[in-house]
Design a protein around this ligand. Structure first.
Ligand code: SAH
Length: 204
C-alpha cells in the first residue's frame, strides 16, 4: 500500500511510515479483511464507510502533523485515521455522532491499545471546546459549510483540513493567521459521507 501511496504523490516520510505501522485490516470486519490493503472505502456499520487509504494519506499530509500536537478529529468512524494520527505522535481527541460506531471504536482501542486521548460521542459540528485550542483539526466527513465552532477552537497558527461540499467536496485547508484572519487553500475533488448535525443513537 505504501508504494501505491508514493505513486499517487504522497511524499511525507512520516506519513508513509505511519501507514506501514498501522494495520488497516484490524479496522474492518473480518469478512473484508483480505481487501484491507486495496484503495477502497468499505462499509463499517451505521451506513458509514472507512475512507480510502489515499484520502486518509492526503488529508494527513495536508495536516502537517508533528509529534506532541493536540489534534481534534471529527468523524472517528472506524478509527483508522485516528490511529494514523497517533502513530505520528499526536495527542488525539476524536468525535463520532453514531453511537454504534463510537462503541465499536471504543472496543477496538481497548483490544488494540493505545487509544486516543479521548474518544467522544457527540456532534462534531460543535467541536469539543473543553480541550480547545487545537494545533490541528481534521474533518473526515463532507461539510456543507465550515462549522464556525471549529474555527473558534483552532489555535492561531493552526490548520483545519476539511472537505467542503454537498455531493462532492473540495479539500480545503484553512490556516488561522490571527484572531479573525484565515488563509484558505483549496485542493482537488473527493467524495465523503456527509457531516450531519446532532447525534444518532442505535436503531431499535
Ligand atoms: N475517519 C473515518 C471516516 C469515517 S466516515 C475512517 O476512516 O474510518 C465519516 C464519519 O463521520 C462517519 O462515521 C460519520 O458518522 C461521522 N460524522 C458525520 N457527521 C458527524 C458529526 N457532526 N460529528 C461527528 N461525527 C460525524
Amino acid at each position: 500500500m505504501v508504494s501505491y501511496l508514493k505513486e499517487r504523490g504522497i511524499s511525507n516520510q512520516d506519513v508513509l511510515k505511519a501507514f506501514e505501522n498501522v494495520p488497516r485490516h484490524l479496522f474492518l470486519d473480518a469478512t473484508l479483511e483480505s481487501h484491507a490493503y486495496e484503495d477502497k472505502a468499505f462499509p463499517i456499520g451505521a451506513e458509514q464507510t472507512i475512507s480510502h487509504p489515499y484520502t486518509v494519506a492526503f488529508q494527513t499530509e495536508l495536516l502537517q502533523v508533528a509529534s506532541g500536537m493536540k489534534i481534534l478529529e471529527i468523524g472517528t468512524g472506524s478509527g483508522f485515521q485516528t490511529a494514523i494520527l497517533m502513530a505520528l505522535g499526536a495527542e488525539v481527541y476524536t468525535i463520532e455522532r453514531q453511537l454504534e460506531l463510537y462503541r465499536k471504536c471504543d472496543r477496538h482501542f481497548s483490544v488494540y491499545p493505545p487509544g486516543p486521548k479521548k474518544l467522544i460521542y457527540g456532534d462534531g459540528y460543535k467541536g469539543y471546546s473543553k480541550e480547545a485550542p487545537y494545533d490541528r483539526i481534521i474533518v473526515t466527513a463532507g461539510a456543507p459549510e465550515i462549522p464556525k465552532d471549529l474555527l473558534k477552537q483552532l489555535r492561531v497558527g493552526g490548520l483545519l483540513v476539511i472537505p467542503v461540499g454537498e455531493e462532492q467536496q473540495k479539500m480545503v485547508v484553512l490556516e488561522r493567521k490571527g484572531a479573525k484572519e484565515f488563509h484558505q487553500t483549496v485542493y482537488g475533488d473527493f467524495q465523503f459521507v456527509p457531516l450531519l448535525k446532532e447525534t444518532a443513537g442505535v436503531k431499535k
